[in-house]
Design a protein around this ligand. Structure first.
Ligand code: UDP
Length: 462
């Protein structure tokens, strides 16, 4: 157990895929005896279907965006860097002077370098949290080299030389990209922004990564050579004791009873995460391909996820085309679904949380990456870990049918997925590499606590 004077402020990027892993991280700190405050945006705190307390003190700041309007990553970034950062600074100042338990350390999502800069400026040590894969992190860190070599993301099979350790298998279509490929292949604004914040987060006092050495050892070794301190502590959800959900949507538990009614490994679970929005044409290709496989399927279709189509119409279309074998939910209890014996494969966008949640359960994957890190993750699934197949930028009913069938029946893929799950269980077991790294991190935070306390009197004198 840790000295109770350590008080960590945990600050996620305000999106579902970032909140989930850092919440597991925060509760692990609580279990280790640290005091933890968790900083949401006001909008998310209101939206949380069920705000888990778990020994955390919940705080919030405004994100500065209008209510109920969808916003892009770059809009949110802009607003968090202005309105969000001003409110964050004021909050930190008040927490620093709190008499009961002043904040002694900040752990902020690597997407928000302002959060480290402001904390350090106020004398509070700040660590970066990377919720993405190390392979995509390394690809983003390599962006200057990639641009120099003319190797930015592009729909082509040309091998990439600019990312260390990935020369043998990474192609230009596997590099992180925006919602579409940049026209001249010279870097999309979203990816350039991600590359910029990634480079800055690598300069924080320490980098905490939600991955395991068994999955990403070589990429971790490269990152370790350019960051101050690296802690690979994942998969965090598998180490976590949280039963409550931090979902921004209400989970439809009814699908669990539906799964109970199916044979072992007979159902395809389909989810493209919390952000992807697809066209009606892409929806039709997926649906036709899935229906043609003959397998039952459980499909997460968030409201508004298919452009210009109502949820009711989507449900009716799936019912009609899927021949009664399809079940639609707006949001699923995904970790429980992946753990269910009836699930035979996961058709996923290869977001990092989904990839890790699937890997821990040993479920084979069919990947249809959408944007950002997903392109690189899906290449690793197919070409490195061999735990699934990557459809990449193709969205065609014939390809969906063929790929899903192949993954559902392949013994090689199933065995590779199960071997990876077993390895991950070893990583998170008591003497495993991720547990060891987590304990080292808790000690590291404890030592920061001491230097932070030394700085306080000086601040109070100002
Ligand atoms: N998720 C969920 N229910 C769903 C779909 C997704 O709970 O119906 C969760 C999933 O378990 C994961 C997160 O939402 O933890 C999605 O994160 P990911 O990194 O996979 O993708 P993103 O949403 O960031 O694109």
């Amino acid at each position: 157990m840790m000295d109770t004077a350590a008080h960590v402020l945990v600050f996620p990027w305000p999106r579902q895929g970032h909140i989930n892993p850092i919440l597991h991280f925060a509760t692990a700190l609580v279990d280790a005896g640290l005091q933890v405050s968790f900083l949401h945006t006001e909008r998310n705190l209101r939206r949380l279907a069920q705000a888990p307390l778990l020994g955390l003190r919940l705080l919030s700041i405004p994100d500065g965006l209008p209510e109920d309007q969808p916003c892009s990553f770059l809009d949110l970034m802009e607003s968090m860097c202005t309105t969000g950062s001003a409110a964050y600074r004021a909050l930190l100042l008040s927490l620093l002077s709190a008499v009961d338990a002043p904040v002694t350390c900040v752990v902020a999502d690597g997407t928000m370098p302002f959060a480290f800069d402001i904390a350090e400026e106020l004398g509070i040590p700040a660590l970066a949290f990377a919720p993405h894969s190390v392979c995509s992190y390394l690809a983003l860190l390599s962006m200057p080299k990639l641009l120099e070599l003319g190797e930015a993301a592009f729909p082509a099979d040309d091998p990439v030389r600019g990312v260390p350790g990935m020369e043998g298998f990474l192609r230009r279509r596997d590099l992180p990209r925006g919602l579409s490929f940049a026209e001249k292949g010279d870097g999309d604004p979203l990816v350039l922004k991600l590359a910029e914040v990634t480079a800055r987060s690598c300069k924080a006092r320490a980098l905490i990564i939600n991955t395991a050495a068994s999955m990403e050892g070589p990429a971790l070794a490269h990152i370790a050579s350019c960051a101050c301190e690296v802690f690979a502590v994942g998969p965090l959800h598998a180490r976590s004791t949280i039963a409550e959900s931090a979902s921004l949507w209400r989970e439809d538990d009814g699908c669990m009873a539906w799964l109970d009614g199916h044979e072992d490994r007979s159902v395809v679970y389909v989810s493209l995460g919390s952000l992807a929005v697809i066209t009606h044409e892409q929806f039709t290709e997926f649906l036709s391909g899935l229906a043609a496989t003959g397998y039952a399927f459980l499909w997460v279709l968030r409201p508004g996820m298919v452009q210009m189509t109502s949820s009711k119409l989507l449900g009716e279309t799936v019912e009609a085309v899927g021949g009664g074998r399809g079940r639609v939910v707006e949001w699923a209890p995904q970790r429980d679904v992946l753990r269910h014996r009836a699930v035979g494969c996961f058709l996923t966008h290869a977001g990092w949380n989904s990839t890790l949640e699937c890997a821990v359960e040993g479920v084979p994957m069919v990947c249809w990456p959408f944007f950002a890190d997903q392109q690189t993750n899906s290449r690793f699934v197919d070409a490195v870990w061999k735990t699934g197949l990557d459809m990449k930028d193709v969205c065609d009913r014939g390809v969906v049918e063929k790929t899903v069938r192949e993954v559902m029946i392949s013994d090689e893929i199933k065995e590779a997925a199960q071997a990876m799950a077993q390895q991950l269980r070893l990583n998170i077991a008591e003497a495993g590499s991720s547990s060891f790294q987590f304990e080292r991190l808790v000690r590291f935070i404890g030592e920061l606590n001491i230097s932070s306390s030394l700085m306080k009197p000086r601040m109070n004198e100002d």
